[in-house]
Write a protein that binds this ligand. Structure first.
Ligand code: GLY
Length: 344
């Protein structure tokens, strides 16, 4: 089992490996308490029984809460239903919420844990590649409002993350692609071994997850609340979000991020900041995992991006620019400058 420490106050560990559930649960310091495993209708039939048994074996009083899978469930109503279940089951501040699932489950369960009785412990148990390498680490939690995604939320770090790679055995192809899309972002941010591993086929997977998590951990350690360096993790996300939105959310997040990263890499070449061989590496990564390399209607995306970030519209935006693979930087730009930068 691989361990990555996230050195915040308090620190916590991300455990990665195959068949690690019992061992990881054994590392939880809070004993003799209740846990409520929050999951969704996709994950419950696949993995819930195994997780419940593992907590049971470890001596916890386990209950479960499941909701309909999908981003449409990331609402205040689902969040309140989780809170009500915690209250009904008389959870106290010494008890634990377990988020078993992908990003939506992690966000809702994490937000419930962040706010129930002013905050109780959450264990993140990601079941998708995307959640393992990104959303389960770093403490972002929240739900969507009619006015926008993640408008209501909190930073609430987990006490432990258990990324059991066995969960990925049942992961649908589309979900793999989402994880790889975010993985390409990490490869561009971190470069080095991570880029090489992705180029060669993400084997061993455990090392790939470890490298992504280690990169994210060191960013979050320096900037937990996204005042600066953490914005790097948004590489490709401004136009990626715009693409998701323009497609009516038929283009999944990770796929949109892969396209967003490609657009930023091409823009960086044009700005003279990325070498041609580096752009070629990005394009080869995207091709290897069957992401399309077609150009997009940038004006259209810019319009969606601007609507998405309406609060910032007059001040401009923070743009994550590539100056090399493994060398990205956040720059403040006006919308006009951003438009110039990304247009081929
Ligand atoms: N997913 C980006 C972040 O956690 O900041």
């Amino acid at each position: 089992m691989t361990e990555v420490e996230v050195r915040l106050m308090p620190a916590y560990k991300v455990y990665i490996g195959r068949g690690i559930l019992d061992e990881a649960i054994g590392k939880i310091c809070q004993k003799d308490c209740k846990v409520m495993v929050v999951t969704d209708s996709n994950v419950a039939p696949l993995h819930l029984a195994r997780v419940v048994k593992a907590f049971d074996r470890a001596g916890y009083k386990v209950s479960t809460f499941s909701f309909e899978a999908g981003e449409a469930s990331k609402t205040v109503e689902t969040y309140l239903a989780v809170i009500e279940a915690l209250r009904y089951r008389r959870f106290s501040r010494k008890d634990i919420v377990v988020a078993l699932g992908g990003g939506v489950v992690g966000d809702i369960a994490g937000f419930a844990a962040a706010t129930y009785m002013r905050g109780i412990s959450v264990v993140q148990m990601p079941t998708t590649l995307l959640a393992m390498i990104d959303s389960s680490v770093g403490g972002k939690t929240g739900v969507d409002l009619a006015g926008g995604k993640n408008l209501l939320g909190a930073f609430h770090q987990p006490i432990l993350v258990a990324a059991d790679l066995d969960f990925l055995d049942t992961l649908p192809e589309a979900e793999w692609r989402c994880g790889i899309g975010e993985g390409i972002k990490y490869a561009c941010l971190a470069g080095g071994e991570l880029e090489k591993l992705l180029a060669e086929g993400i084997e061993p997977l455990e090392r790939f997850v470890e490298l992504c998590v280690s990169y994210k951990a060191q960013v979050v350690e320096q900037d937990q609340f996204e005042g600066g360096k953490r914005m790097l993790l948004n590489l490709g996300h401004t136009l990626g979000h715009a693409l998701e939105c323009a497609s009516g959310y038929t283009v999944p997040h990770g796929v949109a991020v892969a396209k967003g990263v490609l657009i930023m890499a091409r823009a960086a070449l044009k700005a003279g900041e990325l070498r041609r061989d580096e752009l070629k590496k990005v394009e080869e990564l995207e091709r290897k995992y069957s992401f399309d390399l077609e150009g997009e209607d940038i004006d259209d995306l810019l319009e969606f991006a601007r609507a998405d970030k309406k609060a910032d519209a007059d001040e401009g935006i923070n743009v994550v620019c590539m100056r090399g693979i493994g060398n990205c930087a956040v720059r403040r730009m006006s919308w006009a400058q951003f438009g110039e930068y990304v247009k081929a």
